[in-house]
Design a binder for this molecule. Structure first.
Ligand SMILES: [Zn+2]
Length: 62
């Protein structure tokens, strides 16, 4: 994943604005698209959650 940081608003709940954020992807809702951006702390939280998800799904016999 290529990281491209811009200054903007975080969409992941911390309500910070004017901070370095990264584009995560388009959010589709009711036929509309919105660009979802996340700041570093929120991205780290998301990454940790994704990692936990991957670990959970990994077959026991590795
Ligand atoms: Zn945030």
């Amino acid at each position: 994943m290529q990281e491209h940081w811009v200054t903007g608003d975080c969409w992941l709940g911390c309500e910070r604005t004017g901070v370095p954020v990264i584009w995560l992807g388009p959010l589709q809702w009711d036929g509309q698209h919105a660009p979802v951006h996340a700041c570093k702390p929120c991205l780290d939280r998301l990454k940790a959650q994704a990692l936990a998800y991957f670990m959970q799904r990994r077959p026991a016999a590795v």
